[in-house]
Write a protein that binds this ligand. Structure first.
Ligand SMILES: *Cc1c(COP(=O)(O)O)cnc(C)c1O
Length: 398
């Protein structure tokens, strides 16, 4: 789809979140844009010019739909970027990018701590199915990255802060190392969100957001986005991965996420503030063995986070309890305000234990191998969240 000019580009991100991608409905004058659930659109009388793999013409829902396109305008604006592609899930967006960029014989460097599906794609799928050389590296250690990179490396994929340990990777330094070797850099920005971190401004080539999380923010729709200024590759992604592989977003989900995105900066600011307070409280609480949150000065990634993040440090706190897997589960189940469920970035706080028998646990720094939980701070009153954590810890004898 040809990109529209962002008329609000000079304004603050909060103003853009409200106004970009929206307009009066041409037919009715309604101040909200409609939801178009149609699968197909009326064809032009002359078919000779129609390209059935194009995303420029509204023709069939897999080639694109208006709700998707309006959301793409908004997501690009949030990153100050020229283009974004919105797909069915965060993993769909990651796959679309990797699928388009990589060919047999290419070399990829990926982080030892990353979203589960990235680990699966590079640890057991792209390498075995397609002969892509995949090299796992601790991205928080730049010396290791320098050792692993070769002039023929195609892609360096990073995630910062990472899921689930909250490790921080220096985006600008990774970009420098990668670009010196002719490699492309993609950054999974889901934990930070565009209010707190904009990797394209730091030189990255592609950004991935699981918009299922903070940008939707209400736990009721799944979606993913690729954001970039490389318009040529973005159009290849549309052709190779959206139209011809098919991870297109449903118009309803795009509509839902568009609605959520309006309040995204406001929600994120609140989540930043609450998370900082809760992380500081947890750090002082007995029987909490460690707290990994980039906003804490005790955090090994704090200096880098301070340099590349603004407004705040996000809404996920990774912490450890001085106990066994079973008691961690009982603690999660004893919470009343916080919901015991996977995912993050919802209106409600969510908690998810990372058991010591997870096959990836040995890839994490040592302190994460026991009593580890991933906590996603929500919009409840911060005092209520803290009280809830405290009562549940007491209930299980901690
Ligand atoms: C959730 C998440 C994803 C995947 O998004 P889905 O919408 O669940 O497919 C990717 N990366 C990170 C860091 C995530 O937290």
């Amino acid at each position: 789809m040809a990109k529209k000019e962002n008329k609000f580009a000079e304004y603050d991100i909060s103003t853009q979140a409200v106004h970009t991608g929206t307009d009066y409905d041409q037919e009715t004058g309604a101040v909200r844009r409609p939801l178009h659930m149609a699968n197909s659109y009326k064809l032009p009388d002359d078919l000779s010019q129609v390209n059935y793999s194009s995303t420029d013409l509204l023709m069939y829902a897999r080639n694109g739909n208006p709700n998707q396109h309006w959301l793409e305008e908004k997501i690009a604006a949030l990153h100050g970027a020229q283009d974004s592609i919105v797909l069915a899930s965060g993993v769909g967006a990651l796959h679309a990018l990797f699928w388009t960029l990589l060919e047999t014989g290419d070399r990829v460097i990926y982080p030892n701590v990353s979203y589960m599906a990235v680990y699966r794609m590079f640890h057991e799928l792209f390498n075995k199915k397609f002969g892509v050389e995949t090299v796992m590296v601790d991205m928080t250690n730049l010396e290791e990255v320098k050792k692993a990179i070769t002039p023929g490396t195609k892609l360096v994929h990073i995630e910062t802060p990472d899921n689930p340990t909250n490790g921080v990777t220096d985006i600008a330094e990774i970009v420098k190392i990668a670009h010196e070797n002719g490699a492309i850099v993609s950054v999974d920005n889901t934990f930070a969100s565009p209010l707190n971190q904009r990797p394209l401004d730091l030189g990255a080539d592609f950004v991935i957001e699981a918009i299922t999380k903070y940008i939707n923010g209400h736990g009721d729709a799944q979606g993913g986005a690729i954001i970039s200024n490389d318009l040529e590759t973005m159009n290849r992604i549309r052709y190779e991965a959206q139209v011809n592989v098919g991870s297109v977003i449903s118009p309803f989900n795009a509509w839902q996420i568009f609605r959520g995105s309006v309040t995204f900066p406001l929600r994120m600011q609140r989540i930043n503030e609450s998370s900082q307070r809760i992380a500081e409280w947890l750090e002082k609480r007995e029987n909490v063995t460690f707290v990994s949150y980039p906003g804490l000065s005790s955090n090994p990634g704090h200096e880098v986070a301070k340099k590349q993040m603004k407004n705040g440090y996000g809404g996920v706190i990774s912490f450890g309890l001085n106990t066994d897997d079973k008691t961690v589960e009982r603690f999660c189940a004893a919470l009343k305000v916080v919901t015991f469920a996977v995912s993050l970035g919802h209106d409600e706080s969510l908690i998810f234990p990372q058991p010591s028998y997870d096959e990836r646990i040995l890839l994490y720094p040592k302190k994460f191998r026991n009593g580890f939980v991933r906590f996603s701070v929500g919009l409840e009153a911060v005092e209520d969240i803290i009280k809830d954590l405290d009562q549940a810890l007491k209930q299980v004898g901690l």
